[in-house]
Design a protein around this ligand. Structure first.
Ligand code: CP
Length: 315
C-alpha cells in the first residue's frame, strides 16, 4: 500500500484487520520499520485524537514525527492556482507540498470540507495534491469526504465487542449546533458495506448521504424503528449533502437517549468524539456500561499503526 485515503486502498480488509490485532498485541514488535524515518503531520483543522494517536502509532513503529498546524505558526497557504497572491497568503500549496515532502518519509494530512462548494470538496483537492506533488506516501487524517483511520478503528472496535457473527449496526444522525462535514458518516458507511454486518442508516429526510457512499443502502427515516434489535448504535451529526452544507433540522428527539437505547438488543454506543453531550447523546447513555467511545478512541492508535506498518513495509 502506497497511500491511505479510503478502505479501497487496503490490499485486503481481512488482512488489514489481522495486522491491526497483531500491532495491538505487540505494539513495539516492528520498531525496525520506522528507524530513521520521519512522519510529518499537517493539520489544516483542529484535532485531539488524530494528532495524539497518529504520533503514538508512528513512535510505536520507531518513527520520528513532526507536526505542523497550518493555521497556527505556519505561513498561510494559498490553495487555488491562478490567484494573484497579493492578499494575506504568502505561500502556495504547490511549493509547500514538495518542500514538506523533502523532509518526510510519510505525510499525514487533515483537511476538512469547506462545505461551500460540493464539487471542490468531493474532488478531494487538497489531499490529492499532496499525493500528486509530495513524492512520498500520504495518509488521510480526515479529508473532505472520508475519515478512514476513524472507520478502521470503528471496525476494530466492533470486531472486539460483537457477540454475533453478523451484528446489526445502526448509523444515526443526531443534532448539532454547527454544520459538520459528511466525512465520518460517509466513511463509516463505506467501511461497514465491506463487512457482512447488517447496516442501517437513519436520519431525518433531507440528510441523505452521497449515493456513491450509500450504494444500495436505503435510509430508514424512523429512528425508533432503525434502533429495534440493534447491536451497535453509531451516532454522528452531518450537514446535508443535497442542500450542500446546510443544517435542515435541530430536532432534539434525535439525540440518543435511554428511550431509543431501550429498544435495541443491549446495543453498544459508539461515537468518534469529540461529542456534544445532550445534543448528540445524553449523559446517561455516554456514561453507561454500554458506551464504548473510549475503547473506540484508543483503537485509533491501532488502526493508524496498522496502516503505517503496511506503508513502511513498501518504502
Ligand atoms: N475522532 C477524531 O478524529 O477526533 P479528533 O478530531 O480529535 O482528531
Amino acid at each position: 500500500m502506497r497511500h491511505f485515503t479510503s478502505v479501497q486502498d487496503l490490499p485486503n480488509l481481512k488482512e488489514a484487520l489481522s495486522v491491526a490485532f497483531d500491532v495491538k498485541k505487540n505494539p513495539f514488535a516492528h520498531q525496525h520499520l520506522g528507524k530513521n524515518k520521519t512522519m510529518v503531520m499537517i493539520f489544516f483543522n483542529s484535532s485531539l485524537r488524530t494528532r495524539l494517536s497518529t504520533q503514538k502509532a508512528a513512535m510505536n513503529l520507531g518513527m520520528n514525527t513532526m507536526v505542523l498546524d497550518v493555521n497556527a505558526g505556519a505561513w498561510k497557504l494559498e490553495t487555488e492556482r491562478g490567484v494573484i497572491m497579493d492578499g494575506d497568503k504568502p505561500e502556495h500549496l504547490l511549493e509547500a507540498i514538495p518542500v514538506i515532502g523533502s523532509y518526510a518519509d510519510v505525510i499525514g494530512v487533515r483537511a476538512f470540507a469547506g462545505l461551500t462548494d460540493k464539487k471542490t470538496d468531493y474532488e478531494e483537492k487538497i489531499i490529492n495534491q499532496f499525493i500528486q506533488y509530495s513524492g512520498v506516501p500520504v495518509v488521510s487524517m480526515e479529508a473532505a469526504t472520508r475519515h478512514p483511520l476513524q472507520s478502521f478503528a470503528d471496525l476494530v472496535t466492533i470486531e472486539e465487542h460483537k457477540t454475533k457473527e453478523k451484528p446489526k449496526v445502526v448509523l444515526t444522525w443526531a443534532p448539532h449546533p454547527r454544520a459538520l462535514p459528511q466525512a465520518v458518516a460517509n466513511s463509516f458507511v463505506e467501511w461497514m458495506r465491506e463487512t457482512e454486518y447488517e447496516l442501517v442508516v437513519t436520519h431525518p429526510k433531507g440528510y441523505e448521504l452521497a449515493p456513491e457512499f450509500m450504494g444500495s443502502v436505503i435510509p430508514e427515516y424512523d429512528q425508533m424503528k432503525a434502533f429495534e434489535g440493534a447491536d451497535f448504535i453509531y451516532a454522528k451529526n452531518w450537514s446535508a449533502y443535497n442542500d450542500y452544507g446546510q443544517i435542515l433540522s435541530k430536532d432534539m428527539s434525535w439525540c440518543v437517549s435511554e428511550r431509543q437505547m431501550a429498544v435495541t438488543d443491549n446495543a453498544k454506543f459508539m461515537h468518534c468524539l469529540p461529542v456534544r453531550r445532550n445534543m448528540i447523546v445524553s449523559d446517561e447513555v455516554i456514561e453507561s456500561k454500554n458506551s464504548i467511545v473510549i475503547q473506540e478512541a484508543a483503537n485509533r492508535v491501532v488502526s493508524c499503526q496498522a496502516v503505517l506498518k503496511m506503508i513502511l513495509e513498501k518504502i
